[in-house]
Design a protein around this ligand. Structure first.
Ligand code: G3H
Ligand code: 13P
Ligand code: ZN
Length: 312
């Protein structure tokens, strides 16, 4: 099946009480590991590309890799999504360049500016049947070169969501309820918490409307331990507990963004391999197990967190 937008996926996910995994892709092994897991488990999938990924791997290489994945995995719906588009221009570029979904991220801009720019993106994207995600509230953590300090983070205000969605026409809304980007989401000793009350209030005001969670890696402790065991230094890396993400997926959350867990799976595997095989220097030798580590991690997410196995 050709690339799809997120409309139908989200409708089914909302009604079925599960979420779709949106995984960030940066190279071939990452694309392959993710898609193989989804194909085997018959899980719908969003492959997302950040501005940083486009800078690193180039738009054409990434879209061609995703096109190859579509051919190799014909049984599952796959959407190609722009992650954190910071302007109308980058969103337009991705619509023109074959993406089926884009995020306009105006969350750091004043409200009216966010509304105006998101509306412009929707107006353009919908002409090409491309779906649009936008964001209200501010997540803490690191994206690209932007680092939002904890004290600058801001929960989504439920009083704004109806007005925002109505005026912009967006197809889904990312909200801030305590998740954050990167591998350090909570301080050691701090009890991980998400504001489910805000999620509930938002969904009460937007019945049937798909909500998105960014910064939703669980920072799987096994990978952190392995990284630290084999020479890495990631003390105190802490993620969102899986049961909280599962709970959110049963509610209005239809898209759960995962990048850090992919990075951790890959890094842990490569560190271990090279530590155990110091004389090896063929990248295929360490990238093959890294790809398998990604596949196994994604398969675990699909069953333990997203609940989307068999929903393709
Ligand atoms: O939201 C951030 C994603 O993890 C993408 O990260 O901008 O370093 O590619 P990146
Ligand atoms: P994580 O850093 O928790 O994986 O979040 C990724 C993300 O939100 C991409 O947009
Ligand atoms: Zn994000």
């Amino acid at each position: 099946m050709p690339l799809v937008n997120t409309r139908e996926m989200f409708k089914k996910a909302y009604e079925g009480g599960y979420a779709i995994g949106a995984f960030n892709v940066n190279n071939m092994e990452i694309v392959q590991g993710i898609t193989e897991a989804c194909q085997e488990l018959k899980a719908p999938l969003i492959l997302q590309v950040s501005a940083g990924a486009r800078k690193y791997a180039n738009h054409t290489y990434l879209t061609k890799l995703v096109e190859a994945a579509v051919i190799e995995n014909p049984d599952i719906p796959i959407a190609l999504h722009l992650d954190h588009g910071s302007s109308f221009e980058i969103c337009k570029d991705c619509v023109d360049g074959g993406f089926t979904s884009v995020m306009y991220d105006g969350s750091s801009k004043p409200y009216e500016e966010n509304v105006e720019e998101a509306r412009r993106v929707v107006e353009y994207a919908h002409k090409y049947n491309v779906t649009v995600e936008a964001e209200l509230g501010k997540l803490a953590g690191v994206e690209d070169d932007v680092n939002v300090a904890d004290d600058k983070a801001q929960f989504t205000d439920p009083d704004e969501v109806k007005d925002f969605v109505t005026r912009t026409g967006v197809d889904s809304l990312a909200i801030a309820i305590g998740t954050s980007h990167g591998a350090y989401k909570f301080k050691p000793g701090q009890k991980p918490q998400l504001r489910f009350d805000i999620l509930k209030e938002v969904s009460d005001r937007l019945p049937g409307f798909p909500i998105v969670l960014h910064g939703a890696s669980s920072v799987i402790p096994q990978f952190v331990e392995e990284i630290n065991k084999y020479g890495g230094q990631m003390p105190d890396a802490i993620g969102i507990p899986e049961e909280m993400l599962r709970e959110a997926a049963k509610m209005a959350v239809c898209k759960i963004n995962v990048d850090s867990d992919l990075r951790l799976a890959m890094t842990a595997s490569i560190r271990k391999y090279l530590a155990e095989n110091p004389s090896h220097f063929d990248p295929r030798q360490y990238l093959a197990p890294a790809r398998t580590a990604i596949k196994d991690m994604v398969a675990h997410k699909i069953t333990a967190v997203l609940g989307c196995a068999g929903k393709a």
